[in-house]
Design a protein around this ligand. Structure first.
Ligand code: OXD
Ligand code: MN
Length: 616
């Protein structure tokens, strides 16, 4: 076990001068019983990659790309084992799985005690913000972890270096993020004896995650800090929102104007594909779409110009590999090209040729399966007939790459100021009812729409056909405090902006009776977004409906789109009876939340009344 004098020597050598950080590192080095401590920075990446290759934790996937596998029972975020703790029971919400910190902290310390014996504890000083951003004080953290692959991922997903932690205005203002992997084969994942705990002690700005080395549970800068802690801090400080939103820019070469749109989409609703979209060829002459982020945006009002701003706190993309291909997301593919230092996790891998593959990469898997291993490392060629249809890659397999590998990354993605937000959009996956786009100009109705966002129940998630699994603002797994307080805070933050963003609900997934998608999606999704910006600019009027403004057929630029007039009619109309049914589910959903602002209930009643009028 490393002693305090050794820890001090390491910290001195690394130039880590912040005394509060040093105390924190010492405390956890002793508690976890780590063998040694190492402070890392982005400049250590090549050495750590080599060490991971030597140790077999990474395997080469062609030139300048890498492959890893996580333990087979450790492949996804675990929502049941995730807890938001604090010392105030008022922080309890419907979704945050709140527990008292006095209950959780000893539990976690007990599990973590001695659990890093014979391992190195890496110290990762990080920043979840463009350097110099006004929210940087909320974005600073130090993750300690006993897993080298976690360091490599954090190097890609956040800005890493001691310079972000030394000389803080308040030396104590950093998130303490502790990650201990635990003995993965003996943690009872998914059983009543499950030992894992992923806890954010929000009012102490301390994150304690035990029992996983999979990214969603182990990259603490991303989800635990970037979303849960940020949401809590933003509320406690009354300064900002931390949201699971993508963020894109649209440049109009004709007018020279730049627009920025952010938005939330529940899992499997195409958020990463939308974030990385390119303009359709026929519109490419005029519009350029740039990428800022695919998963997290922090939003605040800039006091100088009074506008709503947004920024992506992350430095990379931790994307789902499944179904990523030249049609769905060519920019994602380019961002993991040879030489990008991308890391793949849990896809299929061929150690002989160093090739990788995942479901949907090509319509069929490689014809010659010689040498191919599935995500668990088992040879495909040895599969029994019963196993023949099992996927080669895990459905939640991932690629990890830095933002600057994305070909259409925005030029100013690293700028401290962030970008002004013109529109906030929400979109689920709904086979009927939701039109292609409906714009909402009233703030409370926009927030109401976000709170009632959901994705259709699928075979994988329990639920009745046609009934949504509600996922407010796509934050259900990341809610840090009560939903009513959250709605109030959202109204206050966005309401304080001088130029109000326009809201919209989008849906790329309406289907015909035969099950086919009515809208081509992908790059063509830019078209309704352009319409939304034109509406905001007063260049088009749209058609008022009970649930928002929808484009007329003439207003939507459909040049080069293959869609029948009937299908277009369907995606640009409102199915009032289905909407009225939805309103009863919404009322039940919202009634769960304590302290829901009256403005939200009023919005609900206004939409209900408008639907009643529409059916008369
Ligand atoms: C998620 C992710 O789990 O972004 O939502 O990885
Ligand atoms: Mn996400």
């Amino acid at each position: 076990m490393v002693d305090a004098a050794d820890v001090d020597k390491v910290l001195n050598r690394a130039g880590l001068t912040n005394l509060r950080v040093r105390e924190y590192v010492n405390y956890w080095a002793e508690l976890t019983g780590a063998d040694g401590v190492e402070v890392v920075s982005a400049a250590d990446d090549a050495r750590l990659i080599q060490e991971a290759l030597d140790a077999g934790e990474l395997l080469p996937a062609g030139e300048g790309r890498f492959y890893s596998r996580s333990f087979h029972k450790d492949t996804a975020r675990s929502e049941e084992r995730t807890v938001v703790a604090s010392s105030d029971v008022e922080d309890r919400g419907v979704y945050n799985n709140w527990h008292h910190s006095a209950e959780m902290k000893p539990l976690l310390e007990q599990r973590m005690r001695g659990a890093s014996a014979r391992k190195t504890m890496y110290v990762i000083p990080y920043l979840m913000a463009p350097p110099g951003n006004e929210l940087a004080p909320y974005a600073t953290g130090v993750q300690v972890t006993d897993a080298r692959t976690v360091v490599l991922h954090m190097n890609r997903m956040s800005r890493v270096g001691v310079e972000f932690l030394n000389d803080l205005e308040d030396p104590n203002q950093f998130v303490r993020a502790v990650h201990v992997t635990g003995d993965l084969p003996n943690l009872g994942q998914g059983t009543p004896e499950d030992q894992r705990y992923f806890v954010t002690v929000a009012d102490e700005r301390t994150i304690l995650h035990f029992g996983s080395s999979y990214g969603g549970n182990a990259l603490l800068g991303k989800i635990a800090h970037g979303l849960r802690q940020a949401a809590y801090d933003g509320w406690a400080s009354k300064k900002f929102l931390g949201e699971q939103y993508m963020l894109i820019g649209i440049h109009d070469k004709e007018t020279g104007k730049d627009y920025h749109i952010c938005g939330g989409f529940p899992s499997a609703s195409g958020k990463t594909n939308l974030a990385m979209m390119l303009a359709p060829d026929v519109l490419g002459e005029r519009y350029h779409v740039s990428f800022y982020g695919d998963d997290i945006a922090w939003l605040w009002v800039n006091e100088e110009d009074g506008k709503l701003y947004g920024m992506n706190p992350e430095y990379g993309v931790f994307g789902v590999a499944k179904d990523t291909n030249e049609t769905t997301n060519p920019t994602a593919l380019a961002s993991v090209d040879p030489g990008t230092k991308a890391i793949f996790t849990n896809i299929a891998y061929n150690p002989d040729t160093q090739e990788v593959w995942w479901e949907g990469r090509t319509p069929e898997p490689p014809a010659d399966n010689t040498g191919w291993l599935d995500w668990k490392g088992n040879p495909i060629a040895d599969r029994s007939p019963e196993q023949a249809n099992e996927p080669w890659a895990h459905p939640n397999s991932r690629f990890t790459t830095t933002l600057d590998n994305v070909p259409n990354i925005a030029q100013d993605y690293n700028a401290p100021a962030g970008v002004p937000i013109d529109a906030i959009i929400f979109g689920g996956r709904t086979r009927d009812r939701e039109p292609l786009i409906r714009a909402i100009t009233d703030l409370a109705e926009g927030v109401y729409d976000g709170l009632t966002l959901g994705a259709e129940a699928t075979a994988a998630a329990e639920g009745k056909e046609g009934v949504l699994r509600y996922d407010p603002m796509s934050n259900r797994p990341f809610m840090a405090y009560g939903e009513g307080d959250y709605a109030r805070h959202y109204l206050d933050i966005v309401g304080a902006a001088k130029d109000q963003p326009i809201f919209a609900h989008v849906n790329w997934f309406q289907r015909g009776d035969d099950g086919r998608f009515l809208w081509p999606g992908y790059r063509d999704n830019l078209r309704p977004l352009l319409w939304l910006l034109q509406l905001k600019n007063g260049e088009v009027k749209g058609r008022e409906t009970a649930v928002g403004i929808i484009p007329t057929k003439e207003e939507l630029n459909l040049e080069g789109v293959d869609i029948t007039p009937e299908d277009l009619e369907t995606i640009l109309s409102i199915d009032v009876p289905r909407w009225k049914q939805e309103m009863t589910y919404r009322a039940e959903h919202l009634a769960q939340f304590d302290n829901l602002p009256e403005e939200i209930w009023e919005a609900h009643r206004r939409v209900s009344a408008a639907l009643d009028d529409a059916s008369n």
